[in-house]
Design a protein around this ligand. Sequence first.
Ligand SMILES: *[C@@H]1O[C@H](CO)[C@@H](O)[C@H](O)[C@H]1NC(C)=O
Ligand SMILES: *[C@@H]1O[C@H](CO)[C@@H](O)[C@H](O)[C@H]1NC(C)=O
Ligand SMILES: *[C@@H]1O[C@H](CO)[C@@H](O)[C@H](O)[C@H]1NC(C)=O
Ligand SMILES: *[C@@H]1O[C@H](CO)[C@@H](O)[C@H](O)[C@H]1NC(C)=O
Length: 159
Amino acid sequence: MAFILFLCFLYIQLAVVITQVTWENCGSDLNDIKLLNLTVNPHPIVAPGPVSINITIYTNQNLTSPLKAILSLRKKTFIGYVTVPCFTIGSCIYNDLCTLCSQCNCPMKAGEHTIDLPITIDSQSWMLAGSYQAQIDLETSPKQKGCAKINNISIKTNK
Ligand SMILES: *[C@@H]1O[C@H](CO)[C@@H](O)[C@H](O)[C@H]1NC(C)=O
Ligand SMILES: *[C@@H]1O[C@H](CO)[C@@H](O)[C@H](O)[C@H]1NC(C)=O
Ligand SMILES: *[C@@H]1O[C@H](CO)[C@@H](O)[C@H](O)[C@H]1NC(C)=O
Ligand SMILES: *[C@@H]1O[C@H](CO)[C@@H](O)[C@H](O)[C@H]1NC(C)=O
């Protein structure tokens, strides 16, 4: 019996580790920018190392630059989710994603766009390891908006 429970436990652990991140749109249903798909490779993310984030978005309008992004990253701890300040990875404000992302093809035309964002986490810190959730708020100056929540982001360190 104990052994079977142990196997179940092992299975749950494995199932948690292999899942992809989960995501949802947030904010208003009337938002102009919607997330259609998001995958993180590898997942769990291994730090330090490269990560590729594949994002498909749909926008019902031509987006005007600047495309401001507010990222809020929270780490799961024993007292609940705690906001991670803006370091290598963290809760940062990007005044214009267009200037950071050559593949974004700004100004973005109305329609579907798939963007592959290659990121390198160079921090060696073992403290990065853990489970995270993120929220990204997008806004252009004429108030075109988007909001997405990403759950179950998992980071391992290769130590
Ligand atoms: C999302 O992207 C992944 C990887 O690119 C792909 O396998 C999957 O089919 C996509 N899902 C949808 C709903 O487009
Ligand atoms: C986007 O801009 C193009 C010209 O660059 C225009 O033809 C099109 O109608 C615009 N679409 C929307 C939804 O405003
Ligand atoms: C990621 O997005 C790019 C488009 O920039 C696409 O060509 C590629 O197949 C995607 N990769 C995965 C793993 O989904
Ligand atoms: C994913 O995140 C949600 C919300 O934070 C949580 O309820 C759920 O248990 C998580 N799923 C896994 C597989 O960790």
